[in-house]
Design a protein around this ligand. Structure first.
Ligand SMILES: [Zn+2]
Ligand SMILES: [Zn+2]
Length: 335
């Protein structure tokens, strides 16, 4: 079968890859499409620790083979499948850190979403795989995994009704955050230098959106001068922290949804005297996936305007370039 294979150092080529064979409890999918995630872009820029490798984890496919004992799915079903599943039983899982579970980090789709056929391992079939109803388009279903990560972040950032929240970076992830924060009853300010992205965020419910100066003024205005309760950083990495610390209120929280950069440029005295909290979210849990799936099926989160470019497996490198240049909001990859 064909797959987009990553060889490290930015080298990505379409080539032959062995078609996975399935075991008990597994599913084999024929790929219908896979979202290109910001985390894929980051991985593609670095060395490939296990090169050659196949990335991609926002997978929509059609079931073409069922392992022994699989129930709830049939040949021909359209499904959306996520890549990581925790064990549900270890110290990490029992204390609300499922994404730090050792099983979580080692579980994966085989070989990955940028391939013509994808094996969904048995634990993923049980906990991270959903049958897509007829009225939901493939592209919309591919947002289940990213939306689940955003959901978990809003919980970890402890957003409450009446809060003022700032979202830094209005790519597809930022646009998901805007909607989730509005659903929670927060006033939302989007921050992005690209005017079209700010406009889209406003259409999706942001009370205000624009470049940094406007965002900081609006956050102050909407919070009666206190500053934002939360600043959620989806892009820009550590460099955003000094600005975020100016925009957040005393006692507020800055939440990183992505890495990027080295040490955090913030004085410990600022953190201490102002009781600031700096947190982060890496990935989601089966419960978040379930909730994200429900929101998308019910049409309660709008995702249909977020995919701006479509490329084939053979043109994945071009899709990566479009995301890097911030020309594409979200790229969807088809076989
Ligand atoms: Zn993702
Ligand atoms: Zn665990």
């Amino acid at each position: 079968m064909k797959a987009a294979v990553f060889h490290g150092a930015g080298r990505l080529t379409a080539e032959e890859w062995p078609r996975p064979s399935i075991g008990d409890g597994d599913l084999l999918l024929r790929l219908r499409g896979c979202g290109l995630c910001g985390s894929d872009i980051v991985k593609l820029a670095g060395p490939a620790p296990t090169a050659p490798t196949v990335l991609g984890h926002e997978v929509v496919g059609e079931v073409v083979q069922l392992g022994a004992g699989v129930t709830g799915f049939a040949i021909g079903d359209r499904v959306v499948a996520a890549h990581h599943v925790p064990c549900g039983d270890c110290h990490f899982c029992r204390r609300g850190s499922p994404s730090m579970c050792r099983t979580f980090k080692t579980s994966n789709l085989d070989p990955g979403g940028f391939a013509e056929y994808v094996r969904v391992p048995a634990p993923n079939v049980l906990h991270a795989c959903f049958r897509v109803p007829r009225h939901v388009r493939d592209e919309d279903a591919s947002f289940v995994e990213p939306l689940a990560c955003c959901l978990r972040a809003t919980k970890r950032a402890r957003v409450e009704a009446g809060d003022t929240a700032v979202v830094v970076g209005l790519g597809s992830i930022g646009c998901l955050f805007v909607q989730l924060l509005k659903r929670l009853g927060a006033a939302v300010v989007g921050c992005d230098p690209i005017a079209e992205r700010a406009d889209l965020a406003k259409r999706l419910g942001a009370d205000a959106a624009g470049a940094a100066a406007l965002a900081s003024t609006m956050a102050r205005e909407l919070s009666e001068g206190r500053g934002a309760d939360q600043v959620i950083v989806t892009g820009g990495g550590a460099d955003v922290l000094p600005w975020a610390a100016e925009v957040v209120r005393d006692g507020g929280a800055i939440h990183f949804f992505a890495g990027g950069g080295d040490a955090l440029p913030l004085r410990l005295d600022t953190l201490y005297h102002r009781e600031l909290t700096v947190t982060a979210t890496y990935s989601s849990s089966p419960a978040d996936l379930q909730e994200a799936f429900r929101l998308i099926v019910a049409g309660e989160v709008a995702v249909e305007r977020l995919i701006t470019h479509r490329v084939s497996l053979g043109r994945l490198a071009h899709g990566v370039e479009l995301m890097r240049r911030r020309e594409a909001l979200k790229v969807y990859v088809t076989p």
